[in-house]
Write a protein that binds this ligand. Structure first.
Ligand code: PLP
Length: 417
């Protein structure tokens, strides 16, 4: 596959990179149809494209796994929003991770933050080994990185903020050390979305997204994307995108592109809501601690100010509830607007208990070392009204913690278990 000369080239009417995020979100990769003038692209379902001679397609397309108009347009939009020269879309965030790990030579070594997404942890520990790629985890990347680098270290994997404890990593500091050793830095930017954070601007080599979350934003598409600047990476990763074939459908690309156009509006609203909820939780006696990068109490608040747009905290937060695991579960059942479900980044607010759901596969010791205790509740704030979300959280806290007192009292008087 040839490297396009102007990878984020957009038609004459599209905005140049001097335009702001909202303008790019709406227009990048969204040309009018040159034949009909349609403002919104049509969904290109054809799997194959006519050729005028052997190996001479009419246009730039041959077969939809290799490339498709809707995927191309979506990739252009993601590249523009991540300040990247290139973006590639995959069938899921996990397929994106798999393609990047597959691009490493056999016997490579990877260093990863400890509290990565559960599926990423599973891939690193149970799948990467099959082609002899070993991953070392560290809870404190910046402090440990020098000591963990081996001659065969090829990649450093960061999530900032991490899932589900919302701890931050200084991307610039990690990239500076990594690049001295010729090591690539990948940042999973799913939790922030490109609106709040652009990791490539802080020295990362690849930014990855579970598009399933904020970029699509409506909980109706599973998809992933990677964005980067290096033409060599484009060659290697687009080869694997085609060879492995874990590509998204034209319809999913079209839907995700539609979602992306309002990312700035949704991300601003989610941040506003999460800030309100985090402040209410922090003020409650039913709460042990709150993890939210938008709060002054966050231990890495200074990194948030440096790395996030206007120091925004994003839409995700987690907190430890009084009363242990039972109270955490009761809390999730007592909310009326927040739905008890995995996933995040949609217009609707969600709540979950990572130790029993998204991170249930990680052994307890490792989990707790990363701060994922049984009483930790994770919240994804949607774009409902702030006052309604705050009130819902407060009433659920009352029910959950009061319930645990009743139950404990009952147990003490009863069978003593
Ligand atoms: C969901 C998620 C993934 C995996 O993405 P899928 O689209 O579900 O495969 C990776 N990283 C983070 C941070 C996620 O939240």
């Amino acid at each position: 596959m040839t490297v396009p000369e102007h990878p984020i080239d957009t038609p004459p009417r599209a905005p140049s990179p001097v335009h702001g995020f909202g303008t790019l979100a709406v227009h990048a990769g969204s040309p009018h149809d040159p034949v009909t003038g349609a403002v919104i692209e049509s969904i290109s379902l054809s799997t194959t494209f006519a050729q005028t001679g052997l190996g001479k397609p009419v246009g730039q397309y041959e077969y939809s796994r290799s490339s498709n108009p809707n995927r191309d347009n979506f990739e252009k939009a993601v590249a523009a929003l991540e300040h990247a020269n290139y973006a590639l879309a995959f069938s899921s965030g996990s397929a994106t991770t798999a393609n990047i790990l597959q691009s490493l030579a056999q016997g490579s070594h990877v260093i990863s933050v400890s509290d990565v997404y559960g599926g990423t942890h599973r891939y690193f520990t149970k799948v990467a080994l099959t082609h002899d790629v070993k991953v070392t985890f560290t809870p404190s990347m910046v402090a440990d990185i020098e000591g963990l680098i081996r001659p065969n270290t090829k990649l450093i994997w960061i999530e900032s903020p991490s899932n589900p404890t919302l701890s931050l990593v200084d991307i610039r500091e990690v990239a500076t050390v990594a690049h001295q050793h010729g090591i690539m830095v990948v940042v999973d930017n799913t939790f922030m979305s490109p609106y709040v954070q652009n990791p490539l601007d802080h020295g990362a080599d690849i930014v990855v997204h579970s598009v399933t979350k904020y970029i699509n934003g409506h909980s109706d598409v599973v998809m992933g994307a990677a964005a980067f600047n290096s033409p060599e990476l484009f060659e290697r990763l687009s080869f694997l995108q085609n060879a492995i074939g874990a590509i998204p459908s034209a319809f999913d690309c079209w839907l995700a592109h539609r979602g992306l156009k309002t990312l700035h509006l949704r991300a601003r609203e989610a941040t506003k809501n999460a800030t309100g909820v985090a402040e209410a939780l922090e003020a409650s006696s039913h709460v042990r601690s709150v993890n939210y990068p938008g709060l002054a109490s966050h231990p890495q608040r200074e990194i948030a100010k440096k790395q996030h747009r206007d120091g925004m905290g994003g839409g995700m937060l987690s907190f430890r509830i009084q009363g242990g695991h039972d109270a955490a579960e009761r809390f999730c059942q007592a909310t009326k607007i927040f739905t008890l479900a995995e996933s995040l980044g949609g217009v609707e607010s969600l709540v979950e208990v990572p130790s029993a759901m998204t991170h249930g596969g990680i052994p307890r010791e490792q989990r707790e070392a990363a701060g994922v205790y049984d009483d930790l509740v994770r919240i994804s704030c949607g774009v409902e009204d702030e006052a309604d979300l705050v009130n819902d959280v407060l009433q659920a806290l009352e029910k959950a913690v009061l319930g645990s007192k009743v139950k404990n009292g009952f147990a003490a008087n009863g069978n003593g278990a």
